[in-house]
Design a protein around this ligand. Structure first.
Ligand code: NDP
Length: 513
């Protein structure tokens, strides 16, 4: 279901290098003189307003002090819009609106009625999918083919899926009564803005909770377009509230005594701060934090498929993915051919305008993130790893970074230990399955891992040894709303997706209690 990062380029160039095969009328081995024609997606499907307000109690509102902040297109560095910057007064108002709606309307609505709203939201997301995809790409820098084929369809799929549970909670938790927790405070990051919103809002609403959500400051627009979807779906006022604002607003939101549940996705550093802020209260909390996943390739794996999986694992969404396969663990006997194939494949990756339908790697989300990637790559070179980047022209403006591959990486290098959150792959080697497990687990994180081998028994034994919330076998970055996702160790705790994701938004009571 999850499309690969790109297979278009390989389909069009099924031979090695840019030389014509016989029979193409160009003369054997002659250089192919073609380039992709630009294939820009039209911006006309979306109207980007000059100014966006907060969404509180079903209405668009200015911030209490009238302040705004700008959101920019990271591919062009142009300002897209001004967005109202919520104050603590606004957040408190949003929490009160959510509480009112939860007590008086949403929490008392029969599940089958809640389901109708969720189905309606899913349907509207599908109907407006192009608009969402283009806006998401403009605000975040991700390639249009990913927002179009992954982010938006998966966001809609989460609403479809949880709509199905809303009237079946007694079957989800047999013998128990599932009660809503109340008001959920949700803080989301910038790498999958709409999808993270869907992961958080859909199960919360299905279980009868109301929400106040703070989007990341660099990507508030799809959440504010979602506010329009809530209005279109006639969702009762106060059920969903959206309060863009700086980090301090996120902290105020999660710390408020008016919220019953906190859900956060983002950096481990901020996750720890939020965990501390919530400690000592009776709030429920789930944290989905960073990762440094190992993608493990055994010598018996189908190498060409593995190469596609590795590319998907680390260059999808510019590598700005918490579960990115940023450490390639290759069995020593195949490391050379594997790296050769990877380098070859990297030369076909197209970096550039995210709105171009042929683009594989778009813009890095912000200047700050680009600086972080640049700094860590420089650290990799300084520590002695060998850097490879394919020759490719980067646009003159915008925040772009070449797909990067490091060989000769040691476990102690920063690029092998720290979450880079960029299109940077570190290649390490192993000899035995035990060594692979030991190296894969040698990280403070534990979010995801990949195993490539043709032996089913080896997959099963590796899965038992890997300390990762998700292990993909002979694939990578596959997501499905029915399947739980979450981490161990410094990758956080709690699960989103599936019935586990629903569980995080209910209080279970014995029948008759
Ligand atoms: P953050 O964790 O800082 O941001 C995620 C969300 O939390 C944003 O909405 C942010 O708001 C908010 N936030 C930031 N500080 C606080 C706080 N003290 N209290 C409450 N909310 C807060 O990620 P960054 O954007 O700074 O990225 C830094 C690094 O984190 C990246 O380089 C990457 O390594 C990692 N990261 C990991 C993600 C993951 O999914 N695992 C997602 C994003 C980043 P605002 O945008 O206003 O700052």
């Amino acid at each position: 279901m999850m499309p690969r990062v790109t297979s278009d380029a390989t389909k069009l160039r099924p031979w090695t290098g840019d030389r014509a095969p016989a029979g193409w009328g160009l003369g054997d081995g002659q250089a192919i003189p073609w380039e992709y024609a630009p294939a820009p997606e039209s911006r006309d499907v979306v109207t980007v307003k000059e100014r966006y307000g907060l969404f509180i109690d079903g209405r668009e509102a200015s911030a209490s002090d009238g302040a705004v902040f700008a959101t920019v297109n990271p591919a062009t560095e142009e300002k897209l819009a001004d967005v109202a910057r919520a104050t603590t007064t606004d957040v408190d108002r949003a929490i009160r609106a959510a509480r009112r709606a939860q007590k008086k309307v949403w929490g008392t609505l029969p599940g089958r009625e809640r389901a109708k709203y969720l189905f309606r939201i899913a349907r509207i997301l599908q109907e407006r999918s192009r608009e969402f995809a283009v806006l998401e790409t403009m605000d975040s820098g991700k390639p249009i083919k990913e927002s179009r084929d992954v982010d938006v369809p998966l966001a809609a799929a989460h609403f479809w899926y949880y709509a199905g549970w809303a009237d079946k909670l007694e079957y989800a938790f047999p013998g128990r009564v599932a009660r809503p927790l109340g008001v959920a405070a949700q803080v989301i990051p910038w790498n999958f803005p709409l999808l993270m919103l869907a992961w958080k809002i859909a199960p919360a609403l299905a279980a009868g909770n109301c929400v106040v959500l703070k989007p990341a400051s660099t990507t508030p627009l799809s959440a504010l377009l979602f506010a329009d979807v809530c209005r279109q779906a006639d969702l009762p006022p106060g059920v969903v509230n959206i309060v863009p604002g700086p980090a301090a607003i996120g902290m105020h939101l999660v710390s408020s005594p008016g919220v019953d549940k906190v859900a956060f996705t983002g950096s481990t550093e901020v996750g720890k701060l939020i965990h501390r802020a919530v400690a000592g209260s009776d709030k429920a909390i789930t944290l989905e934090l960073g990762g440094k996943a190992a993608n493990i390739v055994f010598e018996d794996a189908a190498l060409d498929q593995a190469v596609e999986g590795i590319v998907n694992g680390i260059y999808f969404n510019q590598g700005e993915v918490c579960c990115a396969g940023s450490r390639l663990l290759a069995q020593e006997s195949i490391v050379e051919p594997l790296v050769e194939k990877l380098k070859d494949r990297l030369s076909t990756i197209r970096v550039g305008d995210p709105l171009d339908k042929n683009t594989d790697v778009g813009a890095i989300n912000s200047r700050q993130q680009l600086e972080k990637i640049t700094e860590l790559v420089a650290a990799g070179v300084a520590e002695g790893a060998e850097l490879y980047q394919p020759a490719c022209d980067l646009p003159d403006r915008g925040y772009f970074f070449r797909p990067t591959l490091f060989t000769g990486v040691a476990q102690s290098h920063r690029i092998a230990r720290e979450e880079i959150f960029g299109p940077v792959l570190s290649v390490l080697t192993f000899r035995t399955p035990d060594e692979a497990i030991e190296k894969a687990n040698n990280t403070p994180y534990g979010l995801s891992a990949g195993v490539w081998t043709e032996k089913g028994s080896r997959i099963l034994s590796m899965v038992r040894g890997l300390k990762a919330g998700v292990v993909w076998a002979n694939t990578f970055n596959r997501f499905d709303p029915t399947s739980p996702f979450g981490g161990y160790k410094e990758s956080g705790f709690g699960r989103e997706g599936g019935m586990h994701g629903l569980h995080a938004y209910v209080r279970l009571e014995d029948r008759g209690a």
